[in-house]
Design a protein around this ligand. Structure first.
Ligand code: ATP
Ligand code: MG
Length: 334
C-alpha cells in the first residue's frame, strides 16, 4: 500500500444548483488540481447522498445531469480528471457496511453536519446519520491520498481517517488495506450565504453560479447587512457583501472598496451597501459569463455528458472493485 500513487477524490451533492460556496470552497481547486496534481483526480456526483433529501426521481436525474454539465462548463477536462456518478460504483455501499461494523455510534453522534441539518429541520434518518460512513467509503474505496473540500467537510475527513484505522487495526494490522487520506482546504474554505450562515443548498441561502441579470441582482440585493444609513461609514468587519467581494477582487481592488466603506463615499458621492452589492453582482455576472455559454451548449448534448460519466465510472469501478476484493479477503468474506 505504501507504493500507491497520489490520488485525489472529491464529490458534490446533486441537491440543488451549485453555488459560489461550492465553487470557491471546492470546485475551483478541483479544476486547478486536474492540471497541477501529480496523480489521478476522481470527482463524483454524490447521488446516493442526495437521496437523503431529494425524493423525486425525475428531479434527481435532472440535478445529477446539471451537476455534470456545471463541472464540464466550468472547465473539467475529461482527459485529465474523472467525473462520475457515485451510484455507478455500487461497491462503495458494500464498503459502507464493512466500515459501519467497526464504527462507534459515538463517533457519528459527534458529527457537526448531522447536528446542523437536524437543527435546520431535516428528518433524522439513518441515511443522514450514516453520511460520514458513506463519505468515508468513497474516499477509501479509491484509496485517495488527498481530499480537497470546504471547511464543513474537515470533520468528516477526520472521521474517515478514524474509520480507516479501525478497519486496518481490526482486520489487517500487519498489512493495512485502507489508506488514510488528508483533507486539503481551498483559499476560501467557508463562503457565507446571503443570510451570513455557511452558504448551503439545504439552507436556501445560496447564490447559484449561473444566476445572471435581474434575478442575480435581486438575489444579491437580499444579502443581509446592518442598517447603516447611506453616506455613513460602513463596517469592514463581518460584512457578508465584502466577504463575497473578496472572492472576486484582487488586493488593490479590495482595498479601494474598503476605502469606500470607511468613508461612506466614492468619488465624492455617498456609497452604501446598495453600491457594494451592484459591484458584486457585476463581478459574478462577468466571472461566470463564459461558463454560462458553455453550459448552455452542453445542456443540448446529454449523450456527450453521459459518455463522460460512464467512461469515468468504468475506471473508478475498476479501482473500487480491487479495494473491495482486498477488503473481503481481509475480513473473511472470501
Ligand atoms: P447540502 O446543503 O445539500 O449539504 P452544500 O451546499 O453543503 O449542499 P455539498 O454538495 O455538500 O454542498 O458540498 C460540495 C463541496 O462544496 C464540499 O467540498 C463542501 O465542503 C464545499 N462547500 C459547500 N458549501 C461551502 C461553503 N459555503 N463554503 C466553502 N465550501 C463549501
Ligand atoms: Mg453539504
Amino acid at each position: 500500500m505504501q507504493d500507491l500513487p497520489p490520488r485525489i477524490l472529491s464529490g458534490v451533492q446533486p441537491t440543488g444548483e451549485l453555488h459560489l460556496g461550492n465553487y470557491f470552497g471546492a470546485i475551483r481547486q478541483h479544476l486547478a488540481l486536474q492540471h497541477e496534481f501529480p496523480g489521478e483526480c476522481f470527482f463524483f456526483i454524490a447521488d446516493y447522498h442526495a437521496l437523503n433529501t431529494v425524493r423525486d426521481a425525475a428531479q434527481l436525474r435532472t440535478m445529477v445531469f446539471d451537476a455534470a454539465v456545471t463541472y464540464l462548463a466550468l472547465g473539467l477536462d475529461p482527459d485529465k480528471a474523472l467525473l462520475f456518478r457515485q451510484s455507478d460504483v455500487p461497491e462503495v455501499t458494500e464498503l459502507t457496511w464493512l466500515l459501519s461494523t467497526v464504527t462507534g455510534m459515538g463517533l457519528l453522534e459527534r458529527a457537526h453536519s448531522y447536528k446542523d441539518k437536524i437543527a435546520k429541520g431535516l428528518k433524522p434518518s439513518v441515511g443522514l446519520f450514516m453520511y460520514p460512513v458513506l463519505m468515508a467509503s468513497d474516499i477509501l474505496a479509491y484509496r485517495a491520498s488527498v481530499v480537497p473540500v470546504g471547511k464543513d467537510q474537515v470533520q468528516h475527513i477526520e472521521m474517515t481517517q478514524d474509520m480507516a484505522t479501525y478497519f486496518n487495526e481490526t482486520w489487517s494490522p500487519k498489512a493495512p488495506v485502507l489508506r488514510r487520506p488528508e483533507a486539503r482546504l481551498s483559499s476560501a474554505p467557508l463562503v457565507p450565504g446571503i443570510d451570513g450562515r455557511k452558504m448551503s443548498k439545504s439552507y436556501g441561502n445560496t447564490i447559484p453560479l449561473f444566476l445572471t441579470g435581474k434575478p442575480l441582482r435581486k438575489r444579491v440585493g437580499q444579502i443581509v447587512t446592518d442598517s447603516t444609513p447611506l453616506g455613513q461609514p460602513l463596517p469592514t468587519e463581518q460584512c457578508n457583501v465584502l466577504a463575497l467581494l473578496s472572492l472576486f477582487c484582487d488586493q488593490a481592488e479590495l482595498e479601494a472598496i474598503r476605502g469606500y466603506y470607511r468613508a461612506g463615499a466614492r468619488d465624492g458621492q455617498p456609497f452604501g451597501y446598495g453600491h457594494a452589492k451592484a459591484i458584486l453582482a457585476d463581478r459574478i455576472d462577468a466571472a461566470f459569463g463564459e461558463a454560462t455559454l458553455r453550459r448552455q451548449a452542453l445542456l443540448a448534448e446529454p449523450d456527450r455528458v453521459e459518455a463522460v460519466l460512464q467512461r469515468s465510472a468504468a475506471r473508478a469501478r475498476e479501482l473500487a472493485a480491487k479495494t473491495l476484493h482486498e477488503c473481503r479477503v481481509a475480513v473473511g468474506l472470501r
